[in-house]
Design a protein around this ligand. Sequence first.
Ligand SMILES: C[C@@H](N)C(=O)N[C@H](C)C(=O)O
Ligand SMILES: [Zn+2]
Length: 184
Amino acid sequence: MGYSGEINFVGMPIDGYLAPFAIATEEAALALQAISDELEQQELILVFYDAYRPQKAVNHFIRWSLDEEDLLMKESFYPREEKSTLFKKGYLSKRSGHSRGSTVDVTLAHADTGEELDMGSPVDMLDVISNFNTKQITQEQAANRQILKQLMTKHNFKSYSKEWWHYTLKDEPYPNEYFDFDVE
Ligand SMILES: C[C@@H](N)C(=O)N[C@H](C)C(=O)O
Ligand SMILES: [Zn+2]
């Protein structure tokens, strides 16, 4: 839940993230619980990087993208992209599914060690290597992305071609509402 701290592509706590919590609609939360239950048999766990995102946080991302001089986190999060193109290229959205409450950024980890499966790029690496079907990763990394995708799609989440970690509930309960209450 990096947006309440400093380890994220902006490099500071993001507006509206007052605590490292994951909030989701009841419908999404129930589906995610079912996924977690199923993962237990495989000794894996779901790791959350983001869930509900206030619109004020999206507005923070927009302001940040317009500040050409602030390249504090470029090397770690968007080394091959210009920050001014991140929205245009689909790595960020001005009307984010996250603000509708039924979108999550997730990965898988081993239940015993907490070690994340190798997906070929870290969550929020804003780069072509994070595109689901990139050719820049190994077969094993691609297989790990498939494990996550199969599980999420089985439980009615749809994937996003630009970011292997980003999933939205298919029948989301608030398809046209962009919430703005704080994460706390
Ligand atoms: C920034 C990344 N975690 C993300 O969620 N990107 C999508 C496109 C979004 O902003 O909704
Ligand atoms: Zn996302």
